[in-house]
Design a protein around this ligand. Structure first.
Ligand code: NAD
Length: 502
């Protein structure tokens, strides 16, 4: 139940009756198809980032709660109602969930906006709209999982073929920057192929998934197919990924935590997908379109307060266009409307937490010390909430920490270059390889550069476009494996070779 600060905010920007009723109830976890308070008495405060008010409290799952959730997922996978579903049944569940999310889109967007400090217009269109699309896209794949017959050459008469089987129980762990959308990314593909899940949202942003649990009940999703537990990463997350009842880990978060998660997976010889951090370059050649790169910064590094893993956070600009691009990007950034996230005209909300805002401010101080030129922003916004100004540093170089390290806030660094090869070398000179973009009117230069960039997604004349059918995942320290597209399904399937002697 929220406090008076949040109540005042909701009086100013009323939410749907459904959202208000949800926020007024105590929060419980979702295990084996039921809402449970959990066996411990620990509670985690969930704060509203625009006001700092208390929005909710969620249970801190105990080891016994996690055991229960893993056992529920295990028995649903092996012998429960879920294990008997056909591919068409699973398609039907995902389509039903898509319809329910669509029907309750405004409510989910409001809960998400309050929980994660997301500007509501962008949240509704991108986070919730993208999630509905993905549920429908992966529903379509449920009935299209196929093995193959193989022409074996050993002597004798044989028939050999492959079966594609679901890998089992999936531990899914998601971050706070796209709480609903990232969780849907994690859920759809495993459910489509017949796996079951235990999902842990980030402790800062658990609410939209707990609302979604109610939609799973409404959709009649069999008990245990999806279980949602709440709690801190260092305790609940760590215990979950090390659990012997887990067969596959699907993790999205920081590279630092991802390394430990990968090690836990190897301890149990489990499958693992890691979607990790980024410091993605945008390369603007001398024939680039300024309007397009300005738009690209708006939809990546200044979208969601820069808390975007694939944000174009390093901008390399040909020296002949440098001053023009720096001025245009900074002018648009400075004009962004910062405000309460339930206000549909707000373009940029606050950082997720006071701690995250301080981490970004620390990087801004480092940038000043390193000698980068502050073109705009650079300060916290006075008043309640974790607000930050959109910030642009120019005259940077690759030796600076603000150019090499993921800041995860609305901070763009700009670096000049003289030659195409130099731009590619500078863009690739980073531990991460999640995404990149190229701005040019020259089609040969575009294709050449795309193939030279070490990144899992590369855009030309735009940045951060994502669709359910396009695989997303990083090279280098940005991760292992793909989410989205048909590629994601392969991570939840075992291949069994079958031989018959005729
Ligand atoms: P984080 O790594 O701190 O936490 C991510 C999740 O892991 C949370 O649910 C957290 O509770 C859990 N966790 C923390 N410690 C754990 C442990 N020891 N064992 C198991 N789970 C643990 O990341 P964050 O701060 O929530 O999110 C920001 C990071 O996520 C950024 O680095 C960003 O780039 C990355 N990210 C990547 C993608 C992608 O698709 N590549 C998408 C979104 C965010």
């Amino acid at each position: 139940m929220y406090d008076n600060t949040v109540k005042d905010y909701l009086d100013q920007f009323p939410v749907t009756a459904d959202a208000r009723a949800f926020l007024e109830q105590p929060r419980q976890m979702f295990i084996n198809g039921e809402f449970l308070a959990g066996s411990g008495d620990g509670l985690i405060d969930v704060l509203e980032p625009c006001t700092g008010g208390l929005l909710a409290q969620t249970p801190a799952a105990t080891e016994a709660d996690i055991d229960l959730a893993v056992a529920a997922a295990g028995s649903a996978f092996r012998e429960g109602e879920w294990s008997k579903t056909t591919a068409a049944d699973r398609q039907g569940f995902l389509l039903k969930l898509a319809d329910l999310v669509e029907e309750h889109a405004q409510t989910i967007a409001e809960i998400e906006s309050l929980d994660a400090g997301k500007a509501i217009s962008g949240c509704l269109a991108v986070d919730i709209g993208g999630s509905i699309d993905l549920l429908r896209y992966m529903a379509g794949w449920a009935t299209k999982i196929e093995g193959a017959t193989r022409s074996v050459s050993i002597p004798g008469e044989h028939l050999a073929y492959t079966l594609k089987e679901p890998v089992g129980v999936v531990a899914a762990i998601v971050p706070w920057n796209w709480p609903f959308n990232m969780a849907i990314w994690k859920i759809c593909a495993p459910l489509a192929v017949g796996c079951t899940l235990v999902l842990k949202p980030a402790q800062l942003t658990p609410l939209s998934m707990l609302y979604f649990a109610g939609l799973c009940q409404q959709a009649g999703l069999p008990p245990g197919a999806l279980n949602i537990i709440t709690g801190r990463g260092s305790s609940v997350g760590n215990y979950l990924v090390s659990h012997p009842g887990i067969n596959k880990i699907s993790f999205t978060g920081s590279t630092e935590v991802g390394i430990g998660v990968g090690q836990a997976a190897m301890t149990n010889i489990n499958h693992v997908t890691l979607e990790l951090g980024g410091k993605s370059p945008m390369v603007f050649f001398e024939d680039g379109d300024v309007e397009r790169v300005v738009q690209a910064t708006q939809q990546s590094i200044f979208f969601n307060t820069g808390q975007v893993c694939s944000a174009g956070s390093r901008l390399y600009v040909h020296r002949s266009r440098y001053d023009e691009v720096v001025a245009a990007v900074a002018e648009r950034a400075s004009a962004m409307k910062i405000g309460l996230t339930l206000d549909p005209t707000t373009e940029m909300g606050p950082a997720i937490s006071a701690g995250q805002r301080q981490a970004v401010l620390d990087y801004i101080a480092i940038g000043r010390e390193e000698g980068a030129r502050l073109v705009c922003g650079g300060e916290a916004v006075e008043g309640p909430g974790n607000y930050l100004q959109p910030t642009v540093f120019a005259d940077c170089d690759n030796s600076m920490r603000i150019v090499q390290e993921e800041i995860f806030g609305p901070v763009l660094v700009i670096i000049p270059f003289d030659a195409d090869e130099e731009a590619v070398q500078l863009a690739n000179d980073n531990q991460y390889g999640l995404a990149a973009s190229v701005f040019t009117r020259d089609i040969s230069r575009a294709h050449r550069t795309v193939s030279q960039l070490q990144a899992g997604s590369v855009w030309v004349n735009t940045h951060d476009l994502i669709d359910s059918c396009t695989p997303f995942g990083g090279f280098k320290a940005s991760g292992i494996g793909k989410d989205l597209g048909p590629e994601q399904l392969t991570h939840f399937l075992e291949t069994k070779s079958v031989w018959i002697e005729l």
